[in-house]
Design a protein around this ligand. Structure first.
Ligand code: HEC
Length: 275
């Protein structure tokens, strides 16, 4: 009899514990954190801008600049089957932008200017107004646009490498022919419908950006699958070393090395601000 009482008490404790843990217990701290909107969209815009700066500058200097010297070609119509050339830096960005717009995350990316080569890249409305301010104070702009009901960030786009200057100055459709190194040539505009994001949403944005780079860059490398002669060797070497092109992994590793300290510093600043 005594033993049965004990058994009933122990069982009772187990049942109570089971109910507490699995039925009435509050959600774990981890799942609670992951749905909190921890990040201000402007901080995430800054991360994306850093990633984009590094990607485009590396592509412009190490692939386009050095590649042209090796005889590689870059063309506005690069995506057409019969054009055996790579994307111009602005069109790499267009590829990334298209890929992101097809993802399930509602982010827009646009590269515009007041003196564009392509007239559809000319800023309009509130973005044209804000770009005038950027020309004066050289500062990124963050604002809410009532017309599109979106939060917007505009980052000045600098002529950070000589190929930016020479190509734009010599282009027949260019609205301006006296660009100089380090001029503000335009602005990268990001737009997002919410002012704050969860950790998952923030990571997803960066992941979608990288996916866009991978997709566009690998589309370029595919051009060399078809033609058998006169192709650069694709692997872990760069055009500065000879007739080579880095594969996506090599390119992405370099971006990662360059951008990691910047993104980590931004995360730590967010952490410090929340203390
Ligand atoms: C080999 C030529 C070439 C190089 C190099 C180049 N661009 Fe462009 N860029 C273009 C062309 C062509 C367009 C228009 C593409 C389109 O939208 O169809 C363009 C578009 C742009 C735009 C959007 C406004 C416009 O002019 O249509 C900006 C801003 C821009 N480039 C800045 C840069 C910067 C900064 C660099 C260097 C990091 C750079 N470009 C390198 C050819 C070039």
């Amino acid at each position: 009899m005594k033993l049965n009482y004990r058994l009933i008490i122990v069982l009772g404790i187990f049942i109570a514990l089971f109910i507490y843990l699995f039925i009435t217990a509050p959600p774990s701290l981890e799942s609670d954190l992951s749905v909190k909107k921890r990040f201000a969209i402007n901080d995430i815009f800054k991360q994306l801008a850093a990633e984009n700066d590094v990607t485009r500058t590396l592509y412009t200097k190490a692939i386009v600049g050095a590649g042209l010297k090796q005889g590689l070609k870059f063309d506005e119509n690069w995506a057409m089957d019969d054009v055996h050339a790579g994307p111009l830096p602005a069109l790499l960005l267009r590829g990334i932008s298209n890929s992101m717009s097809h993802s399930d995350i509602a982010i827009d990316l646009f590269l515009g200017s007041d003196f564009p080569i392509e007239s559809s890249n000319k800023f309009k409305g509130i973005q044209a107004e804000k770009f005038e301010e950027i020309r004066l104070d050289k500062q990124a702009k963050f604002f809410y646009d009532e017309v599109s009901d979106k939060y917007i960030a505009m980052f000045p786009d600098y002529a950070s490498a000589m190929p930016c200057v020479t190509c734009h100055n010599n282009h027949k459709k260019s609205a301006k022919n006296d660009w100089e190194l380090n001029d503000i040539m335009g602005a990268t505009t990001w737009a997002y419908p919410k002012d704050s994001l969860s950790t998952d949403e923030a990571l997803k944005l960066l992941a979608e950006y990288r996916k866009g780079v991978k997709k566009t860059y690998e589309e370029y490398l595919k051009k060399f699958d078809i033609q058998t002669t006169g192709n650069p060797q694709i692997g872990d070497k760069w055009p500065s070393q000879g007739f080579f092109l880095p594969n996506y992994q090599t390119f992405s590793d370099s971006v990662g090395k360059l951008v990691s300290p910047v993104i980590l510093a931004q995360y730590l600043k967010i952490v410090d601000d929340k203390k």
